[in-house]
Design a protein around this ligand. Structure first.
Ligand code: SF4
Length: 63
């Protein structure tokens, strides 16, 4: 599974990085980005949750 953050949609609210800090962090501009090329097996469910919780729909996930 691969997660991406569309930085034109991210508002830097921090929800994803709070929920799954192993998978999301912030760049110098204050927007989130996916930390890993592939989402770790144990984080997949949380990444799906982060996607569902993102207020702007900025997170995409593909297998
Ligand atoms: S939850 Fe969405 S809007 Fe908030 S920091 Fe993460 S990607 Fe950006």
């Amino acid at each position: 599974m691969k997660a991406k953050v569309l930085d034109n949609l991210c508002i830097g609210c921090g929800a994803c990085a709070s929920l799954v800090p192993e998978e999301f962090d912030f760049n110098d501009d204050g927007y989130a980005y996916a930390l890993n090329e592939q989402v770790k097996e144990e984080n997949k469910e949380l990444v799906e949750e982060a996607k569902g919780n993102c207020p702007t729909g900025a997170i995409t996930v593909e297998e």
